[in-house]
Design a protein around this ligand. Sequence first.
Ligand code: PEP
Length: 249
Amino acid sequence: MRRKLAAGNWKMFGTTASLGEIAAIAGACPTPGVDILVCLPATLISRAQAVAGCVALGGQDCHAHGEGAHTGDISAPMLIDAGASHVILGHSERRSDYRESDETVAAKALSARAAGLTAVICVGETLEQRQSGDALAVVGGQLAGSIPDGASGANTVVAYEPVWAIGTGLTPSVEEIGEMHGFIRRALRERFGTEGDAIRVLYGGSVKPANAADIFAVPDVDGALVGGASLKAADFLPIVRALEGAAGQ
Ligand code: PEP
């Protein structure tokens, strides 16, 4: 039985003043049946620990190497040192802004695993790819290329994030989400066996309090990766509550 996961992605938002939002999210603790994760700008992780309660903290990227002459980068051991337990890898914004390939994402995931971080590996098709009927093939290729061998429920989470749904207010239909999550579940099971069955698969892309319950009712959806609506506890907590409702079904 996979535990539900409500994960936030703060992207490049948040300064010291935002730590109060983490404290407010932690006000929901304990949340039996649901894990909460917030992936913060690296500058906030260490200070957020003091107020995070049951809320796990994550980074949003790491380098493929543990250390080295890579100005401006952050490594998996550094995230661990700051208090992170997770790291988002292969987010579509990094795939497009920095041309990150599946190979790069897989190398980063191995580094994250070696350091003891759980990698939240993002996959998802563009609107053009969906409209041309290639969504399943694209996501299948990303899964195969971005997730390294040896993935398990402990070291890997998958986030299905259609690129065209991120930050746009658009979402796929619940049928489309169900089709993709069923496809991802079968691919993980085929490749990783029982461990593949333990890997949580999140939906991400314009999840809001208003649509969360409908999305969480879709079979094979184990939670959400939430961008904009994770920045304020007032928006994120209703999503956590909707997931608790789904966990209780
Ligand atoms: C994201 O950043 O991963 C995301 C899904 O963003 P939003 O919820 O704002 O669409």
